[in-house]
Design a protein around this ligand. Structure first.
Ligand SMILES: Nc1nc2c(ncn2[C@@H]2O[C@H](COP(=O)(O)OP(=O)(O)OP(=O)(O)O)[C@@H](O)[C@H]2O)c(=O)[nH]1
Ligand SMILES: [Mg+2]
Length: 335
């Protein structure tokens, strides 16, 4: 991600100092996040990554102070150019005097190690900027799952007052889709000639994507990829009145970034002009999140372990039990 190694190392160091000071300065962490104290933001993000009880209380305290930031989801397959694009966008937003928080979710951490060095160089100009906060989260196996950790991290940055909060997620799994549904503006990044231009639409992202970016647009094939996307979108009309856009951006050549920033603003303005639309979306996302938490809490209350769940799934797969029977047994046995 955008120099996560650098950003994390720095924030973690600062975090250590903050906890040493905590005893002398007993201001609740939530209050310090609200006053945009960077060390406290870093601590809060670590807490939501751990997803422990303290994190629940923290997020509850911050929650009434969220909803101001423009939440932007950036998704697409590995290596499509998401992080580089976000770095370029962040620089553009800073030129427009807007502050930016970024959360990059990396469920496959080790795999993208190669991109980190380059990102570090690209992000150098932003690293000392108090108007930018970058955090990468390796949420593989995070308690409570990727979607919760990601959305809670966004809430921390929202409450801390960042104007834009960008969530970078890879691919189109259920968790990523849940994240995409919960943000306001979803941007799908495609690289030229990846051969899967229409995959994003098939994977369900078409339902939520406000815009498609063909990244690395200076490379040959970018126009064809854009044309293929436009063709696919023409067959897949806007569901809610907003017609998804296709933009060509080369982050390295610096072309198309300002136009992209404009369209992201335009989308938010459109949402504001269509409050019923926006409300339906917010409520749908809340329902998804609530259902996930309910399942989580019910499983915990019934003391259903992952092992018991796996064993029950095997029994269902082997046709020893129907899923209905297996669920009833798990709930009654407290396995
Ligand atoms: N030619 C060209 N290369 C680019 C551009 N943007 C990114 N790249 C390169 O594409 C590779 C992947 O870029 P990233 O920004 O790390 O892509 P990503 O989608 O964030 O990757 P993951 O987070 O690992 O999924 C890197 O080697 C970048 O230098 C661009 O505009 N033009
Ligand atoms: Mg990335």
């Amino acid at each position: 991600m955008l120099a996560p190694a650098v950003a994390d190392a720095r924030e973690e160091r600062e975090e250590g100092t903050a906890s040493q000071r905590a005893a002398a300065r007993p201001v609740p962490l939530a209050d310090r996040v609200l006053s945009a104290d960077r060390r406290s933001i870093a601590r809060a993000l670590s807490a939501v990554e751990r997803a422990d009880d303290a994190a629940r209380a923290l997020v509850a305290a911050l929650y009434p102070h969220t909803g101001r930031a423009h939440l932007v989801g950036v998704t697409g397959s590995g290596g499509a150019g998401k992080s580089t694009l976000i770095a370029a966008l962040a620089a553009e937003w800073r030129r427009r005097n807007r502050t930016v928080g970024v959360v990059a979710v990396d469920p496959t951490s080790a795999a993208s190690g190669g991109a980190l060095l380059g990102d570090r160089v690209r992000m150098e100009g932003l690293l000392g900027d108090p108007g930018v906060f970058v955090r990468s989260m390796a949420t593989r196996g995070a308690a409570g799952g990727l979607a919760r950790a990601t959305l809670d991290a966004a809430r921390v940055l929202d409450a801390a007052g960042f104007d834009l909060v960008v969530l970078e997620t890879i691919g189109a799994g259920q968790d990523q889709l849940d994240v995409a549904r919960a943000v306001e503006t979803v941007l799908v990044v495609e690289a030229p000639n990846m051969g899967d231009d229409v995959q994003a639409l098939k994977a369900g992202l078409g339902e939520v994507a406000a815009l498609y970016v063909v990244a690395k647009a200076e490379l040959p094939g970018a126009d064809r990829t854009a044309a293929a996307l436009r063709g696919a979108l023409a067959l897949d009309p806007a569901r809610d009145g907003w017609r998804p856009r296709v933009l060509l951006v080369s982050a390295t050549a610096g072309t198309g970034v300002d136009a992209l920033a404009d369209v992201i603003d335009e989308h938010r303005a459109w949402l504001a002009e269509h409050p019923a639309n926006r409300q339906a979306r917010v409520e749908a996302a809340a329902a998804v999140e609530l259902r996930r938490e309910l399942v989580d809490q019910l499983l915990r209350r019934a003391a259903v372990t992952n092992e018991a769940l796996a064993a029950a799934a095997r029994a269902v797969a082997e046709r020893e039990l129907t899923a209905y029977e297996a669920a009833a047994r798990l709930l009654s046995s407290g396995a």
